[in-house]
Design a protein around this ligand. Structure first.
Ligand code: HEC
Ligand code: HEC
Length: 291
């Protein structure tokens, strides 16, 4: 009996030591990924000052969903506090990071997912913004520079020990880092399919897949299918606009805006939304075997 207890103790003790060593190795690896500096190329932006561009920038902060995470006043907010991390969307106003951000810093963060300090931004969906045109980005930056300053403590995501261990394993910290080359200009938002293509292939494709034919979204609260958008392109126009402004699907289910950000399409002008619909319609119906 005594020997048995002794051996059990040795085995359990060794396992504990191994777990601690393993956890420590992951913790170190994770901390290194969080701290790692990423170099990306940024554009030389000319930030406009005219009132039309500022108004366009304010509109884009809604259409691109910045306000959904950073708050209506863009002063940031806590998005959750869990054992791995305290998730904070930064205060973008001149009372927060806006005070120090240069146009190059804005580009690095928004289109490439890298903060001023070179660290990868977590949860910030730069993969959806990488194809934002220079012109749209410049209008957005012009607007961000003029919003009312708010002072608060919404700075960066706080990584706790458990989060650092996860960052050494399943969590890909630099998932949002995008080094792709964004376009300099974009089609005007008139009611042709072209503007819709710009927006759909940039933003909607981030979740609905590279050719909008649907894919699993794995990084939300739970894995969920972002369906094939060729189907929505075949809906009657009225139905498409209704779903995209209310978030209620044709079968009467309200979609969670944190999962499917219909708040973005709800803020579009009718012309922009129609342009999006025309582009999706131009893709043609999904092949029956794909369903
Ligand atoms: C899904 C939520 C979400 C959306 C949508 C979003 N952000 Fe973020 N953003 C975040 C989070 C979370 C962080 C903090 C990341 C970190 O600290 O690692 C962040 C960080 C940033 C930063 C870097 C701030 C810093 O602390 O250095 C900038 C700039 C930024 N976002 C701008 C924008 C703009 C502009 C938009 C719209 C085009 C936008 N974000 C849309 C969640 C979001
Ligand atoms: C952050 C990820 C994400 C982005 C970005 C996104 N979607 Fe979705 N979308 C989803 C998910 C997930 C669902 C499924 C939601 C559900 O079933 O509750 C969905 C559902 C939909 C539906 C309902 C489809 C159906 O057949 O019922 C439509 C339409 C839609 N999205 C259109 C769009 C358009 C247009 C864009 C770009 C403006 C877009 N989505 C951007 C994740 C996203």
């Amino acid at each position: 009996m005594k020997t048995f207890l002794k051996w059990t103790g040795i085995v359990l003790g060794s396992l504990l030591v191994l777990a601690i060593i393993g956890g420590f190795a992951l913790y170190t690896k994770g901390s290194r990924s969080i701290q790692a500096a990423h170099a990306v190329e940024v554009a030389a932006l000319t930030v406009p000052t005219d009132s039309a561009s500022l108004a366009r920038g304010a509109h884009l902060a809604g259409v691109f969903g910045c306000v959904d995470c950073h708050g209506d006043d863009l002063a940031g907010q806590e998005m959750g506090d869990a054992p791995p991390f305290r998730l904070v969307a930064s205060n973008l106003t001149p009372g927060g990071i806006g005070r120090e951000y240069t146009p190059a810093d804005w580009d690095r963060a928004i289109r490439h997912g890298v903060g001023q300090d070179g660290r990868a931004l977590f949860v910030m969906p730069s993969g959806a913004y990488n194809q934002m045109s220079d012109r749209d980005l410049a209008s957005l930056v012009a607007y961000l520079q003029t919003v009312a300053p708010v002072e608060n403590e919404f700075d960066r995501v706080e990584w706790k020990p458990m989060g650092r261990i996860l960052a050494g394993g399943p969590i890909d910290v630099s998932k949002g880092v995008h080094a792709g080359t964004p376009p300099a200009s974009h089609p005007d938002a008139d009611s042709t399919a072209a503007w819709g293509e710009y927006f759909a292939m940039g933003v909607c494709a981030y979740c609905h897949g590279p050719n909008l034919e649907g894919q699993m979204v794995e990084d939300g609260p739970e894995p969920i299918l972002a369906p094939d958008l060729r189907a929505a392109g075949q809906w009657p126009a009225e139905m498409f606009h209704e779903v995209m402004t209310t978030g209620v699907t044709p079968d009467g289910r309200e979609m969670n805006p944190e999962v499917m950000p219909w708040t973005m399409t709800a803020r579009m002008t009718e012309t922009e939304r129609e342009s999006l619909r025309l582009y999706l319609a131009s893709l043609g119906p999904a092949a029956p075997t794909d369903a």
